[in-house]
Unconditional design. Structure first.
Length: 451
């Protein structure tokens, strides 16, 4: 395993840099394709959220891998390498596993303990699977990170330490009041219909807003979200969908706006907001969860409006309290990292063990055939008994060393045992490689099921 992650997040970079470095979906696709075209990487996956951009890869050379992935991130983000480099972090092998598991548990989130990151990791894995850039290592890693994140949320009280970015943002807008009391009887405009916007709409519905208007460039997605919000037995909220061209009119009627689109430019300018404020008495609350931002930062200077965006959320979260359960989650992460490393090291030697047993089987077949030539009078029953006896002898001779070598290989520093086994038994490297390829193809067809 030569896992490498190069990235930047709200912990290492100012929001202004994260905003400029954000990667639209089509850019992520090109980044993944170019990463595989680069010599050091054989697998790649991108985890891009509103407060982190990370490129994961299986590389055969550490220094060359760091240089290549850093360069690719700079090229595709549009931020120069010299400017980007001071904000980048690098994790390798077990440290990279530890990092992703911590991210999955919400320990590295802007709001500690938030669960939205699991959906984003799931999307990153699905993207890698769809593009065939995630192979055995990254598939195993991301699948396991999802299980670790779910375990942390089910076995600890980490949920008490954190919340979704949506809830945290609404709490900042409520300025100390209970969100339910603050949101009651408000009219909300939600711009976007992706996962974050859907979460925002559902949160607002539960909080008791009177009406939710969904605006999205794809009408079908907006209509689908409306159906979910208004389905029988739900919150009873009134919801309707509008075209993006109607946002200006809806803005003038809204009390609260949540925007989270994938647009590369501003969705709401300061002039748009100023026009919506004309003639109104009630203040306008704005929550911008997009990266890059949807709402012009100049809105902060307007009277009668309150804007909470990723930058202000980052400042507010710096003082958020940490729950005691965080230590328990860190223990879970450490245990899971050790288990994952052991499993990967053990899996590394499996093709060699399989090749050894295949060679032994060939030897048995050859010797039995030679015996048949020397003793042609053996009947079928005698020949079968001799064959079984020889196979039992070989199996017993190989059992203890192959079991032990798997145990040794699973321990830290055990990677060399596969090489030793190949050398001792003079195994053909091409045969071992063929076993690995066959096993990988089987994993692609079976083990890498959709998450």
């Amino acid at each position: 395993m030569s896992l490498l992650v190069v990235g930047l997040s709200h912990r290492t970079a100012p929001v202004s840099v994260l905003e400029r470095a954000s990667l639209p979906t089509d850019t992520q696709v090109k980044l993944l394709q170019d990463s595989l075209a680069a010599e050091p990487a054989t697998e790649a996956a991108v985890l891009a959220t509103c407060n982190r951009i990370e490129l994961y890869a299986d590389v055969d050379k550490f220094h060359a891998g760091v240089a290549e992935l850093s360069t690719l991130l700079a090229q595709h983000s549009g931020v120069g390498l010299e400017e980007l480099t001071p904000y980048l972090y690098v994790h390798y092998e077990d440290r990279a596993v530890h990092h992703l598991f911590s991210v999955a548990c919400g320990l590295d989130s802007m709001v500690v303990g938030e669960g939205q990151i699991l959906a984003q990791i799931k999307d990153a894995l699905a993207q890698g699977q769809d593009l065939h850039t995630a192979g055995r290592l990254l598939n195993d890693l991301f699948q396991q990170s999802l299980r670790v994140g779910k375990r942390a949320h089910s076995e600890t009280g980490i949920d008490r330490a954190g919340q979704s970015l949506v809830t945290f943002g609404l709490e900042q807008l409520a300025a100390g009041a209970a969100v339910e009391a603050w949101a009651k009887r408000k009219r909300a405009l939600v711009i976007g219909a992706g996962s974050m916007s859907s979460l925002a709409a559902a949160t607002l519905a539960r909080a008791g807003v009177d009406e939710i208007v969904i605006a999205n460039r794809t009408a079908a997605r907006a209509d689908r979200l409306v159906r979910i919000l208004t389905e029988p037995g739900g919150t009873g909220v009134t919801a309707r969908a509008v075209e993006m061209g109607a946002v200006g009119d809806e803005l003038a009627q809204a009390d609260l706006v949540v925007s989270c689109t994938g647009a590369t430019g501003l969705v709401l300018t300061a002039a748009d907001i100023e026009a919506a404020l004309y003639g109104r008495e009630a203040p306008l609350a704005l929550l911008d969860l997009a990266m890059p931002r949807d709402i012009d930062a100049a809105v902060h200077r307007l009277g009668g409006v309150r804007l909470v965006d990723i930058e202000s959320l980052a400042e507010a979260s710096a003082d958020a309290p940490m729950a005691a359960d965080v230590d328990q989650v860190r223990t879970i992460v450490s245990d899971e990292v050790a288990a994952f490393g052991a499993a990967q090291r053990a899996a590394h030697i499996t093709p060699t063990v399989v090749a050894l047993r295949a060679m032994a089987a060939d030897v048995v077949s050859s010797e039995v055939a030679r015996l048949e030539g020397r003793l042609p009078d053996l009947d079928e029953k005698q020949r079968a008994e001799v064959t079984r006896t020889v196979r039992r002898v070989v199996d017993k001779l190989l059992h203890a060393p192959t079991v032990r070598v798997k145990q040794l290989a699973s321990e830290p520093g055990g990677a060399g045992y596969a090489d030793a086994l190949r050398e001792l038994f003079d195994l053909d490297p091409q045969t071992v490689a063929a076993v690995s390829r066959a096993d990988l193809n089987d994993t692609d067809g079976v083990g890498r099921g959709r998450v």
